[in-house]
Each structure stands twice: as structure tokens, then as C-alpha cells.
Design a protein around this ligand. Structure first.
Ligand code: HEC
Length: 198
């Protein structure tokens, strides 16, 4: 009786190990596939899905009323990063190859006040309204070696639905301003306290 029982145990353990290993590889590959950019055959970037559940980095706001009535982006600029990339950044303080920073624009609630502010029970201020566009930055040192390893994409500056794919914008339209002004590796990290907070 003894031998078959041991044999059964060994076989079962082997099966678990083999099964576990078999699952481990695709799971890791799958995890990475979840946050890596997806490119179309002609090199356009596909709009990621599920980004509103990514790590929320912050929301710079440049209202029209404080910008001569015509801010380039008068909305909240809600910036997101995939949780796996966030984890890597926390460990290395480096944006890994394939990092996507996604900025969704969100209008302030409309108002009749000269400064564009409105009143809510919490006080007078600016309050988030409808979504209004998406900009994306991707780190890829092969595709974008001419613009300090980052490419920039606009998926529409309007209410959803947004474009499903977008071509890289010319350097002069986006990258140049990031090259000239960003705080670290082309990103305005100084506005995203969560990135470097202890
Ligand atoms: C005139 C300078 C300027 C230009 C041009 C510009 N940006 Fe930015 N961008 C900024 C600044 C400043 C921030 C951070 C503060 C904010 O959002 O107001 C930012 C933030 C971003 C972010 C969030 C991550 C980060 O780097 O902080 C993305 C994504 C982004 N821009 C994409 C684009 C795209 C796409 C274009 C072109 C369509 C573009 N930007 C053009 C100045 C610029």
C-alpha cells in the first residue's frame, strides 16, 4: 500500500509544480501585456482601456478665466499611470520602457461668473464637469529617440467617444515644450506628489 501512496503524492506534487510553473509564465507575460502600449500595423498608438482605474497622479488646472479667456487646455488635466508601472517607478524612480502617462481633460462646471468659478455647498470654486479629451505620452527609446525617448499623442479634444488610435504628434506640437520645461525625464513630476512621496 505504501508505495502507491507515496507515488500518488509525488505525482500530485509534480502536477502542482508543473501546473504552477505553466501558469506563471503566461501570467507574467499577461501582466506586462496589460500595461505595454499597443501599436497598430502603421505605427499608431491604440487608446488603452480601463485607464480611469489606473493610479491617479493629479489634476493640474488652467482655467480660461486665469489665461486671458483662452487657455490651451481650460479643463482639469487628470493624469493616470498603470498600477504595474507605478510599482516599477516606486522601486526604481525611473519610468520604464513602455510607460504610458494618460491625461484626460475634464471641463469645470459651467458658470456665469467672470472668473469661471461656481458656487457649491462647499464654497466658491472650480468643480469637475464633463470629460473632454485625451492626451498621452509614451516612453519608447526606439520609436522616439529624436524627442528624448517620449512620443506624444492626441486622441481628441472633445467629449467622448475619443479616437481609438492616434499617430504621434510632431515634435514641435508637444515634445518640444516637455523637452524645454519638464521636471524629470520629460514629465512634470513636480505636480504629481504621489510619485515621489515617502
Ligand atoms: C507649452 C508647453 C506644452 C505643450 C506644447 C504640450 N505640453 Fe503636455 N504638459 C505641459 C505641462 C506644463 C504639463 C503639466 C502641467 C499641466 O498639465 O498643466 C503637461 C503634461 C502633460 C501630460 C501628463 C504627463 C506629464 O508629462 O506631466 C501629458 C500626457 C501631456 N502633457 C501630453 C501632451 C501632448 C500629447 C501634447 C501635444 C498635443 C502636449 N502635451 C503639449 C506642457 C506642454
Amino acid at each position: 500500500m505504501k508505495t502507491p501512496m507515496i507515488l500518488t503524492a509525488v505525482l500530485a506534487t509534480t502536477a502542482i509544480l508543473v501546473g504552477g510553473y505553466g501558469q506563471l509564465q503566461p501570467a507574467n507575460a499577461q501582466q506586462e501585456a496589460d500595461w505595454k502600449p499597443v501599436w497598430t500595423a502603421d505605427g499608431e498608438l491604440q487608446l488603452p482601456t480601463g485607464y480611469r482605474e489606473w493610479v491617479y497622479l493629479g489634476s493640474p488646472l488652467t482655467p480660461n478665466a486665469l489665461n486671458g479667456g483662452a487657455a490651451g487646455f481650460p479643463e482639469y488635466h487628470n493624469v493616470y499611470m498603470h498600477p504595474e508601472v507605478f510599482k516599477i517607478y516606486q522601486e526604481t524612480k525611473v519610468f520604464p520602457e513602455g510607460t504610458i502617462l494618460l491625461k484626460e481633460l475634464q471641463l469645470t462646471l459651467s458658470s456665469d461668473e467672470d472668473d469661471g468659478s461656481s458656487y457649491e455647498v462647499s464654497g466658491r470654486g472650480y468643480f469637475p464637469g464633463p470629460y473632454n479629451g485625451i492626451d498621452i505620452a509614451v516612453k519608447d527609446s526606439t520609436r522616439f529617440s529624436d524627442s528624448k525617448n517620449w512620443g506624444y499623442f492626441n486622441f481628441g479634444h472633445h467629449a467622448p467617444p475619443y479616437a481609438e488610435t492616434a499617430a504621434a504628434a510632431p515634435t514641435a506640437a508637444c515634445a518640444q515644450c516637455h523637452i524645454d520645461n519638464a521636471s524629470a525625464d520629460m514629465v512634470f513630476t513636480k505636480f504629481y506628489q504621489i510619485l515621489d512621496a515617502e
